[in-house]
Ligand binder design. Structure first.
Ligand code: NAD
Ligand code: ZN
Length: 379
């Protein structure tokens, strides 16, 4: 019996208001419309961006909402006009899209698609400005166009990467956001040369993926910076060679790093979301050639303040979403890198829980415990 074209009733974890535990509800998921696909989510994991928009401090709150954007699943049905995906395809939904037609998609350099770039404020589908989720007729908002904390979700085809069906979805799920973001920020944007030094601010999953990128690039020193000393032990598995806790010093961490490295690191990647860390990550790179890359998502009212001389002295500041990867064109190849053992993912997955216990994943992240918590939808 096919469910195509019909409303599906299933379980979803709904965020009714900011900072309150999610509640598992029966929701109706409408069929995919033009250029949309409906996906059966098998695995999803929690990224800090979900927590920010759940907590909604310093963000525009939008509730009730189904959060979640790091996931793996199987296409259940496709809407009108969808030709390159079909039911049964294994896919990763991605929080930022690729229409393949706009100037950004046609540019080799950009992944900031005009149509589908990340939009944290939008809670509906582009096609008709409506939600595909409802409870007794009352709409529930989408999040990042992905809303993966649901057994079924509807996603624009431009936000879906079709991957090798033999790739284990409970592992490659993390490439849907955090790991590709950190890894790509280093290999695609910071681009350290062999033998260079790299500082990584924030040793959560994104930062450790950035460290993994530095290791793969042949960096000589990888300096990890975090306020949480529990992160340091774990980070050793990721090739981080030295650790700095800003709390242990009575001067700015950029000065500490400059002293450790004879003037600054060659590259730095910021993966915290803290404006202070962003400024430090920029100011700790060497003048003349240093490049800093911002990855963390700031608060709504944050402003980046540095003396312009820091830029005139030939330091470069960059930022990136999703590690500069184009989701449809590039992510299938990153999955292949994992399949060929060129990239390790298993070490990022530190917890695994059934969907019914999804609030535990929030607790782990809020306590700074572990890296990625895999949430199994079938349990
Ligand atoms: P996480 O919470 O697991 O890790 C963040 C780490 O930063 C923590 O260990 C925390 O102790 C540390 N930290 C916080 N403030 C700090 C400071 N001032 N100095 C040093 N360390 C500090 O989060 P995550 O899932 O790894 O995500 C990291 C960041 O990346 C978040 O801001 C997230 O929203 C963002 N993100 C961005 C993109 C993108 O495309 N740009 C994609 C995914 C996630
Ligand atoms: Zn585009």
């Amino acid at each position: 019996m096919t469910t195509a074209g019909q409303v599906i009733r299933c379980k979803a974890a709904v965020a009714w208001e900011s900072g309150k535990p999610l509640s598992i509800e029966d929701v109706e998921v409408a069929p995919p419309q033009k250029d949309e696909v409906r996906i059966k989510i098998l695995f999803t994991s929690l990224c800090h961006t979900d927590v920010y928009f759940w907590d909604a401090k310093g963000q525009d709150p939008l509730f009730p909402r189904i959060l979640g954007h790091e996931a793996g699943g199987i296409v259940e049905s496709v809407g009108e006009g969808v030709t390159d995906l079909q039911p049964g395809d294994h896919v990763l939904p991605i929080f930022t899209g690729e229409c393949k037609e706009c100037r950004h998609c046609l540019s080799e350099e950009s992944n900031m698609c005009d149509l589908l770039r990340i939009n944290t404020d939008r809670g509906t589908m582009i096609h008709d400005g409506k939600s595909r989720f409802s409870i007794n007729g009352k709409p529930i908002y989408h999040f990042l166009g992905t809303s993966t904390f649901s057994e079924y979700t509807v996603v624009h085809v431009g936000q879906v990467a079709k991957i090798n069906p033999s790739a284990p979805l409970d592992k490659v799920c993390v490439l849907s956001c955090g790991i590709s973001t950190g890894f790509g920020a280093t290999v695609n944007v910071a681009k350290p040369k062999k033998g260079q030094s790299v500082a990584v601010f924030g040793l959560g999953a994104v930062g450790l993926a950035a460290a993994e990128g530095a290791r793969v690039s042949g960096a000589s020193r990888i300096i990890g910076v975090d306020l949480n000393p529990n992160r340091f032990e774990e980070a050793k598995k990721f090739g981080v060679t030295e650790f700095v806790n800003p709390k242990d010093h009575n001067k700015p961490v950029q000065e500490v790093i400059a002293e450790m490295t004879g003037g600054g690191v060659d590259r730095s990647v910021e993966c915290t979301g803290s404006i202070q860390a962003m400024i430090s990550a920029f100011e700790c790179v060497h003048d003349g050639w240093g490049v800093a890359v911002l990855v963390g998502v700031p608060n709504k009212d944050d402003a980046f303040k540095t003396h312009p001389m820091n830029l005139l002295n030939e330091r470069t500041l960059k930022g990136t979403f999703f590690g500069n990867y184009k989701p449809r064109s590039d992510i299938p190849a990153v999955v292949e890198q994992y399949m060929n053992n060129e990239l390790e993912l298993d070490k990022f997955i530190t917890h695994s829980i059934p969907f019914s216990e999804i609030n535990k994943a929030f607790e782990y992240m809020l306590r700074g415990e572990g890296l990625r918590c895999m949430i199994r939808m079938d349990a």
